[in-house]
Design a protein around this ligand. Structure first.
Ligand code: AKG
Ligand code: FE2
Ligand code: MN
Length: 230
């Protein structure tokens, strides 16, 4: 267990930080995604949204409220024993507690196999333990790229308890960005370039504005599946 948590620490290590995108005015938010659910992804320009679209997915209503309840029932007791960590100024995540789990009850396992079959290429070996991240209402995740040493091409996460905004910023060009609205009960998937060449972050409540619209950030729990490097 200890060893695995150390692996998570390395996943989080902010290998690369990008500066915040400079172009934040709402008039610059022109890149509405035309093909998919255009309410959920906006970007610095339409070409980028178009190009990255296939590598970024947000599936709303992926879990029901009952399924969310099943996860909470399995997780809440263990999480409550931990304290939110705020003092790691150099880490990628603030105001969080986390755990991981290999064995799940039936309801949750059912959801997780849906995530696995929907998000990962068939036969792709997955990181055994599922990662659970509990962000306090004041918590947030700074821009980072998940360790390429420990995680493969695909990251798939369920968002429970709260809506949130995930921002992707191109590692070598802060003008290129996408904002994803991650509604409560949704699944997001980041693949390939979106995972390797863009930092991802979860905005803090004060900054949680999607396409001009305020999205209150409450306590949020994410349940994240990853594959192994190829
Ligand atoms: O909470 C999430 O959905 C993302 C978490 C994350 O970026 C990480 O654990 O590396
Ligand atoms: Fe991450
Ligand atoms: Mn630290």
């Amino acid at each position: 267990m200890k060893l695995l948590l150390n692996v998570l620490k390395r996943i989080h290590k902010p290998a690369v930080y990008s500066s915040q995108p400079r172009c934040r005015s709402s008039s610059a938010r022109s890149g509405l995604l035309p093909l998919r659910d255009e309410a959920l992804i906006v970007g610095s320009n339409p070409e980028l949204v178009q190009r990255l679209g296939p590598q970024v997915e947000v599936r709303t209503g992926f879990v029901t409220e009952e399924e969310e309840g099943a996860f909470m029932q399995e997780l809440e007791l263990g999480l409550k024993k931990k304290r939110y960590e705020f003092d790691h100024w150099d880490g990628a995540i603030h105001g969080y507690r986390e755990t991981e789990r290999v064995m799940w009850g039936e309801r949750c396992e059912e959801v997780l196999s849906r995530v696995r079959s929907g998000a990962f290429p068939e036969g792709s070996p997955l990181l055994g333990p599922v990662h659970i991240l509990d962000l306090d209402k004041t918590g947030y995740i700074k821009p980072h790229i998940d360790s390429v040493k420990f995680c493969g091409s695909t990251i798939a996460g369920l968002s429970l308890l709260s809506d949130s905004i995930m921002r992707l910023v191109k590692e070598d060009d802060a003008e290129e960005w996408l904002d994803l609205l991650l509604p409560r009960f949704s699944l997001y998937i980041l693949r390939d370039q979106a995972r390797y060449n863009f930092t991802h972050q979860i905005l803090k409540d004060e900054e949680s504005v999607f396409n001009g619209q305020r999205v209150p950030r409450l306590r949020r729990i994410s349940v994240i599946c990853r594959n192994l490097p190829g």
